[in-house]
Design a protein around this ligand. Structure first.
Ligand SMILES: [Zn+2]
Length: 426
């Protein structure tokens, strides 16, 4: 068996150029989100390739999902390869959307330039390189002639960068991700070739509005400034809440280690007269001021506690500060997710990393969320990880790249992990 797995690794190494060209082909399709450009073209590129290798292909449009329209249809592709015998299903899921290129590039972000052992371009690292590696890994595994019970699936899904509602969430709601069809999921997000990401912190976004009373700006004592009330809130956030959150450490192995605690980002502040018009403002006391809070929380905290802590701060201001009034509105929430480190997909991938790289893998959690949230909560699939080539810090940056050696290595790891999972028995 070990000889056969060695040969599989060698075969993947011999497909290096093919893996590079597939990555480049996907990167040259500018699937920028928003608005969700070229999704059909990208999904069909994947579908055509896998159909030619015996996969059954389904295209599922996220009809009615945010951003879906005839101009920008949310087209997902799911490819399934049935083995000779019944068994488990191992699923590789990659998002096909990329964020805008932005400024500061030294190369064309959609030309997929190869230089110094790297492929440069938007989406090389996050995460078309990972998706290409999963495709080539799976093709090599099927071509190896090794007996393969069960099924292998590969999906290319949309809108991960904008919440995944037209992609993985849509598919999970319709049973594509469910324990009846799929047992193990690997998401080849760029976590680096020796790291296994088992989950992420939770998220709560909320908008707080402080209220005041409008009056002439030359006589502010006749009004009540919502901006000053907001200042009082922000002062308490700064001096009470943030230190308390920083002291709350987690057992989750979040990387970078500075994110191994609760955090709060003040996403935006808007108050008083709107910006962006020509001419001078008119003299008014602001009767409304709004902030958007981006709170990231830990498995050790409940969402109720997270919300209650902010509400308690606001209620104390109501009691202590004359005229203080507020509204608090939930915008978005995701619970923390963490796969069992002793579960099959972590163990199989860890063993594959040891075999291919000869070193011990690092088990980590992500500071931000990704599509695992939907696979876990909606799809009820707990045995899910992110594992793939590329350096997370490069995601969304100018001159994003993926190392070609890492592409090959991660494909070897994925093939070996999938092989082990398929042989776990029914
Ligand atoms: Zn990504």
């Amino acid at each position: 068996m070990n000889d056969a797995l060695e040969r599989l690794a060698e075969d993947i190494a011999s497909r290096r150029e093919e893996l590079v060209e597939l990555t480049r082909e996907l990167v040259r399709i500018p699937t920028t989100n928003p608005p969700g450009d070229c999704y059909r073209e990208c999904a069909e590129t994947i579908g055509r390739r896998l159909a030619a290798r015996g996969f059954a292909i389904e295209y599922v449009r996220g009809l009615g999902a945010p951003g879906d329209s005839d101009r920008y249809p949310r087209i997902n592709v799911i490819a399934r390869h049935e083995g000779a015998m019944r068994g488990r299903c191992v699923h590789f899921n990659g998002h096909i959307d990329v964020v805008e290129a932005g400024r500061g590039w030294s190369v064309d972000p959609f030309a997929a330039v190869v230089r110094d052992g790297r492929i440069y371009g938007r989406g090389t690292c996050d995460m078309k390189g990972g998706l290409a590696a999963a495709i080539v890994a799976t093709e090599a595994l099927i071509d190896s002639g090794l007996p393969l019970p069960g099924a292998i699936e590969i999906s290319g899904t949309v809108d991960e960068e904008s919440g995944g509602y037209g992609g993985v969430a849509y598919l999970a709601e319709r049973g594509w991700f469910s324990p009846e069809r799929v047992q193990h999921v690997i998401i080849p997000e760029p976590l680096n070739v020796d790291r296994i990401c088992i989950g992420h912190r939770g998220v709560w976004w909320a908008e707080v509005e402080t209220l005041g009373r409008i009056a002439h700006g030359s006589m502010p004592f006749l009004g009540d400034s919502a901006i000053r009330h907001m200042g009082a809130l922000l002062e308490r956030v700064e001096h009470e809440l943030l230190p308390r959150l920083a002291a709350r450490q987690t057992m989750m192995p979040v990387v970078p280690a500075a994110a191994r605690q609760s955090t709060l980002n003040i996403n935006s502040v808007h108050g008083g007269q709107p910006e962006g018009h020509d001419g001078l403002p008119s003299p008014c006391v602001a009767d409304s001021c709004r902030v958007v809070l981006d709170r990231r929380f830990l498995v050790e905290e409940t969402l109720g506690e997270v919300k209650g802590e902010v509400r308690e701060l606001l209620e104390r201001l109501v009691a202590e500060r004359p005229g203080f009034g507020y509204t608090l509105r939930d915008l978005f929430e995701v619970l923390p997710t963490m796969a069992d480190p002793a579960g099959p997909v972590v163990q199989a991938t860890a063993a594959a990393i040891r075999a291919v790289l000869g070193r011990e893998p690092q088990i980590v959690c992500s500071p931000g969320t990704y599509d695992q949230k939907h696979i876990d909560r909606i799809g009820r699939l707990k045995d899910c990880i992110a594992y793939g080539p590329g350096i997370l810090d490069l995601a969304h940056q100018p001159d994003e790249y993926v190392g070609i050696d890492d592409l090959v290595t991660s494909a070897q790891v994925m093939a070996r992990a999938a092989h082990a999972l398929l042989h776990l028995g029914p």
